[in-house]
Write a protein of this length. Structure first.
Length: 173
């Protein structure tokens, strides 16, 4: 089973590579190129309530370096406007070949606990469709479907829909 922990600087290159692979070859993100290590390091250092960058690591293999990173989860402000301050958007990525092993579920469990502990009221997530595995992951994590925006993203010569999911964490602040 994977070990979940807050990402350290040593994990940033693996996170950046994983995200770049999805940006260049997948549609789970509508970025078309990767983000630099510096961008991920800035995200890792965020101390805003409810913000987190977590990694799933292979067992206790600290000597494997970033090759031990099996996936990551990130929470960040939904929008920059002050009225959205108690809402976070989440993202979970699992390394190619590691899907279906409970890594996404473990990442979400830890991430949602941290978000709840920070007093965040609502968590949202967008899923580029079709993606049955991501839908199942979000359902298991307690999210409910709230709507779908059709043909909102264009990548690889086709349009993609995005379904929006949310989970209420607790009473309003």
């Amino acid at each position: 089973m994977a070990r979940i922990e807050a990402a350290g600087s040593e994990h940033v290159p693996a996170i950046a590579r994983m995200y770049t692979a999805e940006a260049e070859r997948g549609y789970a993100t509508f970025d078309v190129e990767g983000l630099s290590d510096e961008v991920w390091e800035e995200r890792r250092r965020s101390s805003a309530p409810g913000d987190a960058l977590l990694v799933a690591l292979r067992g206790n293999c600290a000597d494997e370096g970033d090759s031990a990173v099996l996936g990551f989860a990130w929470s960040h402000p939904y929008r920059p406007r002050p009225a959205y301050g108690s809402t976070r958007e989440t993202t979970v990525y699992v390394s190619a070949g590691e899907a279906g092993r409970g890594i996404g579920t473990a990442l979400y469990a830890d991430l949602l606990r941290r978000i709840s502990d920070a007093g965040i009221h609502l968590v949202v997530a967008g899923i580029a469709e079709p993606n049955r595995a991501s839908r199942r992951l979000h359902e298991r994590a307690g999210f409910g479907l709230v709507g779908t925006m059709t043909e909102v993203g264009y990548k690889f010569g086709r349009y993609y829909d995005v379904s929006w999911w949310q989970r209420r964490m607790g009473p309003p602040a």
